[in-house]
Design a binder for this molecule. Structure first.
Ligand code: AMP
Ligand code: ZN
Length: 472
């Protein structure tokens, strides 16, 4: 069996992965707050943990892995969006949830086994908060319930911070009802207009962190294998999840409570700068897809950087990835692979091994490239090996090849049209229309090769099919 090694934020070491139960490997990843389109950075953890999910399914069997990723559908940002737009909260969350699913599917990400929504787990959250109060880890004050960080000596272990330093670093105004400035909210009161649920502390709503503790407990149990998310969540969100879950469900002596392995992806930047609305370099996955950047290209660019390194999204990388994938699709276009392929070829060519080593996707892509070069000059079985190995990474799948086939279809159609124009021009000796069409094709990123035998059109990096519409 493949040995998987994963870097564990909790121990700050790369460790051999040993699931608590190999018959039921369990992973939880923090999902989006649904009030707007996912920006490109939000897609990074989705792709990173999709790669891990595929690896776990391969190694332990698809029926022996359970992957849970939540939707945060109760949050002050959602309430603010409803106030600003006058639209009902449930419409906003339902719409953005579907957007998220569509956009992530375009990146070739498999859907997790469970996608719980926070609002469906309010009773479980209330029960957990009651248990924390009963055990002396939380207290009610002025309609709020707060977690008492002093009651949990390990608070700060994940992010490597001491509570005193956190207090010194915190610039927020401290609510008077907090016993310790670092105590965080488990439950808070709602005004009549705000969404709220009845609870022993009055009508209110949960704080953000408790939802992940309650949902992971309900769906994966007290202890499970892997917990993931972006490294911006390490503190306070994950630190607070650990405090809540470990205090509500302590582990047996000598064992690690809650999640065994904590994994964090680094942030995504754009052209070397932090992505932010004020810098004007903020865009959503949908913006890119609408601009004609195929989801597979986004996926490839993501995979080209290791998940624990900052990822720099650049136009240039996207163009290079597009050219490469286009070439690869052409190599494999006549080979079909078994959808239920056992990834024998991903094993054989070292792709699985690279991914099993703490998700070394850059190495996996280099190995795939070698195989691609072989397939280009090889026979049908080489091409099938190549396609199967790529499928393991979610590349060159049937679902992902649509953008190349449709581009090829358009180009074939246009090549015929250009051929007809040339026929006419040969008679009339007026080549104006032929030249105009040629220039328009070149402007859309198409290489035009005309010889007496025929006309060949080939998409180049930066190819923009939208610019061809007028030519059809
Ligand atoms: P949020 O909706 O802000 O809670 O974020 C959803 C997920 O996206 C979390 O796992 C975040 O860590 C992750 N995330 C947010 N911004 C970025 C970014 N710039 N790069 C990578 N991951 C991010
Ligand atoms: Zn979470």
């Amino acid at each position: 069996m493949t040995t998987i090694k994963l870097y564990n934020t909790l121990t700050r070491r790369k460790e051999v992965f040993e699931p608590l139960d190999a018959q039921g490997v369990r992973m939880y990843v923090c999902g989006p707050t649904v009030y707007d389109r996912a920006h490109l950075g939000n897609a990074r953890p989705v792709v990173v943990f999709d790669v891990l999910y595929r690896l776990l399914r391969h190694v332990y069997g698809a029926d022996h892995v359970r992957y849970v990723r939540n939707f945060t559908d109760v949050d002050d940002k959602i309430i603010a969006r409803a106030d600003a737009t006058g639209r009902p909260i449930d419409r906003i969350t339902a719409e953005t949830t579907q957007w998220f699913l569509d956009d992530m599917a375009a990146l070739g990400a498999l859907e997790p086994d469970e996608m719980p929504r926070a609002t469906q787990y309010i009773p479980q959250m209330i029960a957990m908060i009651e248990a924390l109060i009963a055990r002396g880890h939380a207290y009610a004050a002025e309609g709020h319930v707060l977690f008492a960080v002093d009651s949990y000596p390990d608070y700060g272990r994940l992010s490597g911070r001491a509570v005193e330093d956190m207090i010194a670093g915190a610039r927020v105004e401290v609510a008077p009802y907090k016993r310790n400035p670092m105590d965080f909210v488990l439950w808070k009161p709602s005004t009549p207009e705000q969404p709220g649920w009845d609870s022993p502390w009055g009508r209110g709503r949960p704080g953000w962190h408790i939802e992940c503790s309650a949902m992971s407990h309900e769906l994966l149990g007290e202890r499970f294998d892997i917990h993931g998310g972006g490294n911006d969540l390490m503190f306070p969100h994950h630190e607070n999840e650990i405090a809540q879950s470990c205090c509500a469900h302590p582990a047996p002596e000598g064992e690690q409570c809650f999640a065994q392995v904590w994994m964090h992806n680094e942030m995504l930047q754009v052209e070397g700068k932090k992505m932010s609305k004020s810098l004007g370099n903020f865009f959503t996955v949908r913006d890119l897809l609408d601009r004609g950047v195929p989801g597979e290209v986004i996926r490839y660019v993501f995979l080209s950087t290791h998940y624990r390194k900052p990822m720099d999204w650049t136009e240039r990388k996207a163009r290079e990835a597009e050219a490469k994938l286009m070439k690869w699709h052409r190599i494999v276009k006549d080979v079909t692979v078994n959808r239920f392929a056992n990834h024998e070829n991903a094993e054989r060519w070292g792709i699985v091994e690279a991914i099993a080593n703490d998700l070394n996707t850059p190495l996996a892509l280099r190995r795939l490239e070698t195989l691609g070069n072989m397939a280009e000059h090889g026979d049908d079985s080489h091409r099938r090996w190549f396609r199967e190995a790529a499928n393991f990474l979610g590349l060159l799948t049937d679902e992902q090849s649509g953008w190349v086939t449709s581009a090829d279809g358009i180009l074939q159609e246009l090549a015929r049209k250009l051929g007809d124009l040339r026929e006419v021009a040969r008679e009339t000796k007026d080549y104006t229309e032929v030249d105009a069409m040629k220039s328009a094709l070149v402007a859309a990123g198409v290489e035009v090769r005309m010889s007496k035998d025929g006309i060949a059109l080939e998409a180049r990096p930066g190819f923009d099919p939208a610019k061809l519409e007028a030519l059809k």
